[in-house]
Design a protein around this ligand. Sequence first.
Ligand SMILES: [Zn+2]
Length: 347
Amino acid sequence: MRLLQVKRAGDASAGVSAGAARCFHTSGRCAAPPLFWLLFKPIAKISVVISGRVFRQWWKVLPKEKRGDIFAGHLKRHYGKYLGTAAVIGGTVTVYYFTHLQRTPITNRERFIAFTPNQFNSIADVEYNMHGQIFVFGGMLETVTNPHQLGIILGHEMAHAILGHAAEQVSFLQLVDCLSICVVAAIWALFPSDWMALLSHWLQNKFAKLLLEMPYSRMLETEADEVGLQLAAKACFDVRESAAFWERMALQDDMEEKVDLDWLSTHPTHEQRAQHLEQLLPQAIELRKSCQCLPLNTEDPLRPFRALREGLKTGEVQTARVLIGTPLQKSSTQGGTVVAQNLTDEK
Ligand SMILES: [Zn+2]
């Protein structure tokens, strides 16, 4: 939360002069200490499970015919405590949420970040073992077919770092956990046996992943593709290779008859990424031009992929399979290089 302190107030009616503006100081961000975030989740989860179970045991031993009356009486006696606790917890979460909203650099999107950068660094070191490096594995070098594609992949990873996606994702997970606490408490209180509660708890986790975490992750990936493309354009890479790279991956999926379901994944499908990047190409090419880069090669690297895709649709499937089926696979070595070069007309 930022608090504005005025050390020496200027004449308000006269407006804020340059001198007066220098008298404004902002306090540092107030945020919970990192240890709080590390301990909060496990402690909250365990206490909610225990409370739910205690309620269930208590309910079970009550005489069946009097359960309703006893429960109503209990609520009547303690409703103040329950309401107060709910109001304090709900109020704290709401205030914490709204005072920790900030805008992403470049894309200017509003998002919730639970930590200050320093706090996130210490949490990342302890819990997530992230140190801000970008690793390029050998497999990646085999997958890309030219330096432009590698530049675009690195741009994507740099975009994740610049946009602070790691802190945002962890913050979002904390928020989802916070909100799911009521559901978990209800599961452990209402389901008649421990194993049923355990199963429902597991299902609840899976649903939260499918309906909240994965779509959020896909949104961050799409944003990183967008910003990564801008970085690659500014670095004078051939931005058309971005869509060509994902087109090639999509084509490989098609040929291996892999089913790529985006809703089951933390990333959009290869095809979605190719299409999204292709839509962004006109702006990226303009941006590249404005950076006085050398003109792009006249041969569009996307053209062969468009032709192949069209061929696959119109029944020339077998031809395409023979042409690039085996060589496009990552595991094949020599053939892959040759055909990939033919496809992208390496400059
Ligand atoms: Zn990514």
